[in-house]
Design a protein around this ligand. Structure first.
Ligand SMILES: NC(=O)c1ccc[n+]([C@@H]2O[C@H](COP(=O)([O-])OP(=O)(O)OC[C@H]3O[C@@H](n4cnc5c(N)ncnc54)[C@H](OP(=O)(O)O)[C@@H]3O)[C@@H](O)[C@H]2O)c1
Length: 350
């Protein structure tokens, strides 16, 4: 069977990356691409790297244009997706790259985003530990999927094995992330001009204001066996001059009594059989260059006994494993296709 697909936000970074991956997917036909201010123009004018899709023209993003497909991807600014989801009630599978359907808590939505809180959808990070299993089981047969925030899934994947096994203390998590500016999208923003970010590292959303914090808390809470322990996260992203990529350094105190073997075994158990989340051998740590273009989260683990903390360094391509790759991997699972179809573990380096 060939599934017909519409991709909204197709002139943007997330939409463009969804299209790049789907262009190599043998089970889908990309029938419709939509945008907003650039509707009416050829896709290739905005995504000149997508040569095989040169025949497509960007249409207006309306419920009428998006409906009638087997699968719709929404890759719109947050707050925009919710208005389409009711109108797409007859669409068999809808996958949202935005935040609108990620959070279960109305309170957290109002605090970090504001505006209408929409119904939460199945979270699109298959390898995340949930209860005694993984998010993958929940994605099988799903019809509505919320792809993750790129920073959120990077930190959640980094720490879920430790909180699930009870070998780290989730009440004192500290994470600092080097992030590329593509994570903020393609629309013009003065603080993301080349002259503002080249040759400098720029922290932002310092002090607990970043919108991915509640998403991490939600994912880690789902991974924990002991629900009474509070989850507290100090989260500091720093924009660095690389177009794409996240390098997240996440630390948490070692739980009382946890041995070095217990700690490493928690991550090995969680990811030993995974293709797209890989733990490096002891003493090795990833670079963002190792995962660019890949659907891979690459992780290094250290146990700092002097500081009494576990340190996890994870590299992810924000546009692949952080968004579009996660969306397509989740789509494959939902449809019962081979999970890795059209996705690669290999990065592009140097
Ligand atoms: N960038 C990432 O690494 C990343 C990672 C995870 C999740 N996401 C999420 O993916 C979504 C898209 O992000 P992005 O980085 O791709 O942003 P982007 O590059 O700014 O692209 C936004 C897209 O949405 C369209 N658009 C803007 N306003 C619209 C409206 N009112 N109605 C319909 N379409 C509208 C734009 O069309 P025009 O160009 O024609 O105006 C463009 O195609 C966001 O919710 C973001 O949080 C992004």
């Amino acid at each position: 069977m060939t599934y017909s697909v519409a991709v909204s936000g197709a002139s943007g970074y997330a939409g463009g990356e969804i299209l790049r991956i789907l262009a190599a997917h043998p089970d889908v036909e990309i029938r419709t691409v939509t945008a907003h201010s650039n509707a009416g123009q050829k896709l290739i004018e905005h995504q000149p790297h997508l040569r095989s899709l040169a025949h497509l023209t960007l249409q207006e993003t309306t419920p009428e244009v998006l409906s009638g497909h087997d699968i719709v991807f929404l890759a719109l600014p947050h707050g925009q997706s919710g208005q389409y989801t009711d109108a797409l009630a007859d669409t068999p599978l809808v996958i949202d790259a935005g935040a609108d359907h990620r959070l279960e808590s109305t309170t957290e939505w109002e605090k970090f985003y504001g505006g209408d809180h929409h119904h939460p959808w199945t979270y699109g990070v298959p390898e995340l530990l949930v209860g005694g299993g993984t998010q993958r089981e929940l994605l099988r047969g799903a019809t509505r999927i919320a792809a993750p925030g790129c920073n959120a899934s990077t930190v959640s994947l980094s720490l879920a094995p430790g909180v699930s096994a009870g070998v780290i203390d989730p009440s004192d998590i500290v994470t600092v992330l080097a992030v590329g500016p593509s994570g903020a999208g393609k629309s013009l923003k003065p603080h993301l001009l080349g002259s503002e970010i080249l040759g400098t590292a720029n922290p932002y959303a310092v002090g607990g204001g970043h919108r991915h914090i509640p998403e991490i808390r939600q994912a880690l809470a789902a991974a924990m066996s002991e629900t009474a322990v509070p989850i507290r996260i100090s989260f500091t992203p720093v924009i660095v001059p690389m177009a794409r990529g996240i390098l997240a350094t996440s630390t948490a105190p070692i739980a009382a009594g946890a041995t070095d073997d217990d700690i490493r075994a928690a991550w090995e158990r969680a990811y030993g059989d995974e293709t797209f989340v890989q733990l490096l051998p002891a003493g090795h740590f990833p670079r963002t260059a190792d995962v660019l273009g890949a659907n891979t989260a690459l992780m290094g683990l250290a146990i700092d006994r002097d500081a009494n903390r576990v340190v996890v360094v994870t590299a992810v391509d924000n546009l692949v494993k952080g968004t579009a790759g996660a969306a397509v991997q989740s789509m494959n699972i939902a449809l019962g296709l081979p999970e890795g179809r059209a996705l690669t573990v290999n990065g592009v380096a140097p």
